[in-house]
Design a protein around this ligand. Structure first.
Ligand SMILES: NC(=O)c1ccc[n+]([C@@H]2O[C@H](COP(=O)([O-])OP(=O)(O)OC[C@H]3O[C@@H](n4cnc5c(N)ncnc54)[C@H](OP(=O)(O)O)[C@@H]3O)[C@@H](O)[C@H]2O)c1
Length: 227
């Protein structure tokens, strides 16, 4: 399988490269030119396409011939970065390619998520602050997600809980709605978020799903998992 990882030099991206290489996939990675050196450890085992991830020409070149595309959606700046990235992937990936996108729990597919007051407060306060500082625009990640949900491609939007570093605990468990008891621990190892993204490439049951994930060894997962 040939996969393209967009946002390859970030923390999530580098974990996804590792998982993809372990599976024997051929890997193409897109990252900002100034971040290419972050991929030195993989340089001879993958193809690197330097460029902004919302540059349509860059994405068109990178996804050519790929069976799967893993995209880290990040709402940096006020120039619709995430939306530009998502739209380019939707437009240029092969029509039968598996497209897997990352975002956070705050994105809701059907409005049926039941957020804690803390999560609601974080988004309400953090969103305007980040926008005022011109650092990030959470509405951009929302718009990107809306376009993905509306598309007829073979997409999955993986919604990450709060993240932590640490050794892999295994494939996270998931549920359709934040607020479901299995997700209550709100904690996933970043390496396992990446594992879920890569595993989703070959899991057709996740096509047109927006799984909210949590670590498989967290108390809520252990309490509510099927035996
Ligand atoms: N952090 C969390 O707690 C959390 C929680 C839930 C879900 N998520 C989701 O997980 C995914 C990865 O998030 P992460 O926090 O772990 O970050 P990450 O993997 O380190 O990725 C950050 C990405 O953003 C790029 N980037 C950083 N600053 C940028 C800028 N000014 N302009 C353009 N691109 C820039 C980085 O590229 P360079 O390598 O070039 O800097 C990298 O590709 C995201 O989809 C996020 O929504 C995160």
């Amino acid at each position: 399988m040939k996969v393209c990882i967009i946002g390859a030099s970030g923390k999530l991206g580098r974990y996804m490269i590792q998982h993809a290489l372990v599976r024997g996939y051929q890997v193409v990675g897109v990252c900002r030119p100034k971040s290419v050196s972050k991929l030195d450890a993989f340089r001879d085992r993958m193809t690197i396409v330097p460029g902004a991830t919302n540059d349509r020409d860059v994405i068109q070149r990178a996804v050519a011939g790929c069976d799967g595309v893993l995209t880290v959606l990040v709402p940096w700046g006020l120039q619709q970065y995430a939306t530009g990235t998502a739209q380019a992937v939707l437009d240029f990936a092969r029509k039968d390619a598996r497209l897997v996108f990352s975002c956070g729990w705050h994105i809701s597919r059907d409005g049926k998520d039941n957020y804690s007051w803390l999560l609601r407060m974080q988004e309400r306060v953090l969103g305007p602050v980040l926008r005022a500082l011109r650092v990030a625009d959470l509405d951009d990640q929302w718009e990107a997600s809306r376009r993905i949900f509306a598309s007829t491609t073979r997409w999955t939007v993986v919604r990450g809980s709060d993240l932590e570093e640490g050794a892999s605990q295994g494939l996270p468990v998931w549920s359709r709605h934040v607020g479901d008891p299995i997700l209550a621990s709100n904690r996933t190892r970043r390496v396992d978020f990446a594992l879920f993204m890569v595993a989703a490439l070959e899991n057709d049951a996740l096509v047109h799903e927006a799984p909210a994930i949590v670590g498989c060894k967290t108390p809520s997962a252990l309490a509510h998992q099927m035996p």
